[in-house]
Design a protein around this ligand. Structure first.
Ligand code: F6R
Ligand code: MN
Length: 205
């Protein structure tokens, strides 16, 4: 018996949806969606609650912007998120993203550092300790499935990066509340430090 190859729908019907300009600093010319996180969106995530409240009292500064390029979202498709994380601290802790694990937890992601100085915190969603990896300009970080991931700007300029992931991956922020990251990235006189359970962690470069 001959099995006929299944015809896939053409994805080239509207080529204009498949290409966009981007700038490593400003992001995508034609994002399909944009989201903005301000400091008050990150309540409970910084270790110094008093510093958080003091910083939020009179203003609500921009912490990060994510622009998504997602021409199609069927099984097998890919999306790209351009992230721009502003420089800043709450107390001595650097600005960071919320962090998440994918709803489809098995789905991985590739991060590409475009500009600035940053660190990615990774933690296995079933436990184990947090690891810190360099996500500065020129670095690529592979985030395996089943892994909580967060980006931290530990420099004095914006940290810009791409995350490329399956369009159906989804974001689960509730596991973050249950598991969290057992490490923080802080400013110190000797430079940025990653502290896990009181001891300094090495950043894998
Ligand atoms: C997508 C992805 C990134 C993040 C972005 C913001 O899977 O990992 O595009 O969404 O860095 O971080 P969150 O989503 O944790 O606020
Ligand atoms: Mn992700």
């Amino acid at each position: 018996m001959t099995v006929k190859a299944k015809r896939e729908p053409s994805v080239l019907l509207n080529p204009a949806d498949l290409v966009t300009d981007f700038d490593p600093d400003a992001g995508l010319a034609k994002p399909d969606s944009t989201s903005v996180r301000r400091l008050r969106d990150l309540g409970g995530m910084f270790r110094d609650q008093a510093a958080f409240e003091a910083t939020c009292r009179d203003e609500n500064p921009l912490v990060y912007t994510v622009q998504v390029f997602s021409p199609r979202d069927h099984e097998g498709d890919l999306s790209l998120g351009f992230g721009r994380l502003e420089p800043g601290t709450v107390g001595d802790e650097f600005y960071m993203t919320k962090g998440h694990v994918h709803e489809r937890t098995e789905m991985a992601e590739i991060y590409v550092g475009l500009r600035g100085r940053g660190v990615m915190l990774l933690r296995n969603a079933s436990g184990g300790h947090t690891r810190a990896l360099d996500l500065s300009a020129g670095k690529i970080v592979y985030v395996p499935g089943h892994t909580l991931h967060r980006t931290v700007n530990c420099g004095d300029e914006a940290l810009c990066y791409f995350g490329i992931y399956p369009s159906l991956a989804g974001h689960d922020y509730s596991s973050l509340q249950r598991i969290g990251f057992d490490a923080v990235v802080i400013r110190s006189p000797e430079g940025p430090k990653v502290l896990g359970k009181g001891e300094e962690l090495a950043v894998t470069r």
